[in-house]
Design a protein around this ligand. Structure first.
Ligand SMILES: Cc1cc2nc3c(=O)[nH]c(=O)nc-3n(C[C@H](O)[C@H](O)[C@H](O)COP(=O)(O)OP(=O)(O)OC[C@H]3O[C@@H](n4cnc5c(N)ncnc54)[C@H](O)[C@@H]3O)c2cc1C
Length: 419
């Protein structure tokens, strides 16, 4: 008896797996590059598949700071492209996407940190205003003037609602003819003779010569089905939101990057949203992730309290009003970190037609527009940031399920000092 082939459910020239902000940004950029010609009667067709509705996993939980000063030029360029993407989406959709350009105050609480801050902003083409403690506290009244050695204010920075941005990418992509299928779980990437042939899903196969793996925390598990080990692990990110106190945290408060406290903060409707990185980040085995992380008990079961206890004093030294306010919300979710803190982007040389848009390192919203354009350019040709320094194979062969890789990726998050 010959085995029967599974039903072909769909076919497309390019399939993007994942309708989080990265998959949607890639779909947007592909749609733009292909213009209104994509689809059966035009140029190459693009299909996005996800088992959930769009932007309901990591993307829905992001603090969504769009910090422009970055430790390396390529990441900074990807973030600049996101600002350009927002402007272009606003024009195309004729609506305001709610980008809050409050600026970022990078705070140094010690002379050594001032040097690190100088090095960080030296790499930025943006305007920078240097402030002493008193001036910094005037811009951000919740800061202690005495605790600030120097601060660099970068006025071009902002933050945005991540779901709104993701939805704008989706709507623009749809206008260009990109199709979407939700409620479909991809089980494996089909590879024949060293090239992508399509996808196995829980409802049948999808034939496609090109697949973009933008599956977020699940991307390593998916890549493994094509024999590719990704150098990344899902790692918990978390933040807290205080009770509303507009007298302490005005709506135009700048975003705060506080590396001495391992913290960041931004205004949230008259409250303060603050994230603490903590010395012990929790990483997960990508092989053991449930399909949905909503309500997932993020492993150590402490609801972030250990990190809060550990980091609270250091943060309150810089931001004393925190000692007087209650906490109203705790939000946690899975980002995907690499050991070197860099994205995993671009084509996979071992499998023709396989491309990656993952390894977000807690900056996927900020870099989404740039990643979308760069990945589309890697597939179709055209302009985009050179992503060769984010190549999946840069760290050599890895076992994506090894505890050592998880520990290294968790360490990258704990040691992060930029936005
Ligand atoms: C608490 C927290 C704070 C953060 N703060 C910031 C910030 O300030 N700035 C910033 O830039 N970033 C921030 N981030 C990071 C940001 O959220 C991520 O970088 C970004 O959302 C990653 O998007 P994604 O598309 O890769 O992943 P996701 O949004 O998780 O999307 C992946 C999608 O793939 C789908 N999928 C996976 N596997 C399959 C499969 N086999 N079949 C079908 N569908 C599949 C999933 O259902 C999901 O919808 C934060 C993250 C967290 C958790």
């Amino acid at each position: 008896m010959t085995p029967t082939s599974p039903a072909v459910l769909d076919r497309a020239d390019i399939v993007v797996v994942g309708a989080g902000v990265l998959g949607l940004a890639v779909a947007w950029a592909l749609g733009r590059a292909l213009g209104q010609t994509s689809g059966p009667d035009g140029g190459r067709s693009v299909l996005v598949v996800d088992r959930h509705p769009p932007a309901t996993q990591a993307t829905a939980r992001a603090a969504a700071l769009l910090t422009r000063a970055r430790g390396d030029a390529a990441t900074a360029a990807l973030v600049r492209d996101t600002y350009a993407a927002i402007a272009s989406l606003e024009e195309e959709l004729d609506e305001d996407l709610g980008l809050r350009r409050v600026g970022t105050l990078h705070v140094a609480a010690s002379p050594a940190r001032v040097e690190a801050l100088r090095a960080l902003v030296a790499g930025s083409a943006d305007p920078v205003v240097w402030l002493d403690g008193a001036e910094a506290a005037r811009r951000a009244p919740c800061l202690s003037a005495a605790a600030v050695e120097r601060a660099a204010f970068m006025p071009m920075d902002g933050f945005i609602d991540p779901v709104r941005l993701a939805d704008a990418y989706r709507r623009s992509a749809r206008r260009s003819g990109v199709r979407f299928r939700h409620g479909l779980s991809v089980r494996a990437i089909r590879v024949e003779h060293g090239a992508v042939a399509g996808l196995d899903t829980d409802q049948g196969t999808i034939a496609a010569p090109c697949v973009v793996n933008a599956a977020g925390a699940w991307a390593a598990g998916l890549a493994w089905t094509a024999g590719i080990g990704l150098p990344q692990a899902p790692v918990r990110s978390q933040y807290w939101i205080t009770e509303p106190r507009p007298d302490l945290f005005p709506r135009d408060l700048p975003a705060l990057v506080l590396p001495d406290a391992g913290a960041y903060a931004r205004p949230e409707l008259g409250a303060l949203l603050f994230g603490l990185r903590g010395g012990r980040s929790v990483a997960f085995d990508p092989a053991a992730l449930p399909d949905d992380t909503t309500g997932l008990d993020l492993a150590d079961s402490d609801g972030g309290w250990e990190t809060l206890e550990e980091g609270w004093e250091g943060l309150a030294r810089l931001c004393p009003p925190l000692l007087r306010v209650g906490i109203a919300h705790y939000v946690s979710g899975l980002s995907t970190y690499t050991a070197d803190g860099r994205f995993v982007l671009g084509p996979v040389p071992e499998v023709l037609g396989l491309c990656l848009a993952t390894g977000c390192c807690g900056a996927g919203i900020a870099a989404s527009g740039g990643i979308g354009r760069a990945v589309a350019a890697a597939i179709l040709g055209g302009n985009g940031v050179d992503v060769s320094s984010f190549a999946p194979g840069r760290l050599g062969a890895v076992d994506p399920f090894s505890p050592a890789l998880r520990a290294a990726c968790a360490g990258a998050r704990s040691g992060k000092t930029a936005g």
